[in-house]
Design a protein around this ligand. Sequence first.
Ligand code: GLY
Ligand code: MN
Ligand code: MN
Length: 421
Amino acid sequence: MIGRGGVGIVPTAPTRLRSRDVDHPYRPDSDFFYLTGFAEPEAIAVLAPGRAQGEYVLFCRDRDSQREAWDGARIGPDAAVEALGADDAFPIGDVDEILPGIIESAERIHYTMGVHPEFDARLIGWVAALRNRGSPGRHAPYEFVALDHMLHDMRLYKTRAELTSMRRAASVAVAAHRRAMAACRPGLYEYEIEAEFLHEFRRHGMQPSYLPIVGSGPNTCTLHYTANSRQLEDGDLLLVDAGCEHECYASDVTRTYPVNGRFTPAQRAIYEVVLEAHAAALRATRPGNHWNDPHDAAVGAIARGLRRLGLLEGTTASIVRSGSYRRFFMHRTGHWLGMDVHDVGDYKVGDQWRLLESGMVMTVEPGIYIPPGASGVRARWQGIGVRIEDDVVVTRAGNEVLTRDLARDPAQIEALVGASA
Ligand code: GLY
Ligand code: MN
Ligand code: MN
């Protein structure tokens, strides 16, 4: 797609400081890892289809016995050619000498601006130097093309190998949710539930794919709650949104359950509305439907359910039309899922919702949130927040729920909670 006149340039992510001289755990840039499978920092992939000596050039850290004794082994350019399938690999320290020479033979640079600002500045510097040098027969590129446009469309359709990684990330997330449910009981702190997830993820060599959300009682209604510091009380609901990452592929899973193993009638009533919305959205997740069809199905079920419970007034149609349901269901029913939790890929083509196609992976995650003190709402409903989230692949026949082995049925959930406590 880049073509012989173009050069694609893809840097990996920089290391990031957490505090003083301590780094965050390193995570490569998703686009870079998608193309290379290479997880070391300080690397650049160059894709130059017109380059006579080979079209895939990798820059990576040189071998350095002293640094490696402290920080661990590096692949080095020589082994990188062999192990990663690059046509040529050079030390990253030589990039200023080598990369401008590759760029000057190209008419177009395919590059994603604005993701790694320090690299943007270096690239602009190389291009400016070519322009200013002005020697005959040498020129700066005529065109800059957004690389993410084509790359992210590729990433939207998962290959069989990618789905294998995602199944693995999903199955460990399922095991972790089960483990947390089994351990759950009144008196624990939210962070103790979080610890069950971290244990299960690390036990399989995985990391969380985002900060786990472990919200009990009133915290179930805070969508991005991550303090995870409250003590679980008898009678609380617990909402846990936690997933893990395997080979840079994410899972993203939510379950909501009663801390003491028994839903109250009010909690169960709300739970069942969310479950109906989830089922309706899943039914609408199939090839040929639009991206928005699962959301519309979930909105319909939530509007119907909240009306039935007396939480919203009017007809189902008027609740949907006016958007009054948004007071209690304020997010969308899902998002693309892949190397990034909120994965890349366009949701619309022009002004039309995208058609669902086999190989696309998305979450299905309707929810209802009724915060404490919600005005005009009876006390019995207040402080109830419920979300049910699963990871779903669109298949030729319909869909495959990667997280299907984790119970959603309220009676099954009740049986799992506290089983090992
Ligand atoms: N955990 C983020 C989300 O559910 O979208
Ligand atoms: Mn999600
Ligand atoms: Mn989630």
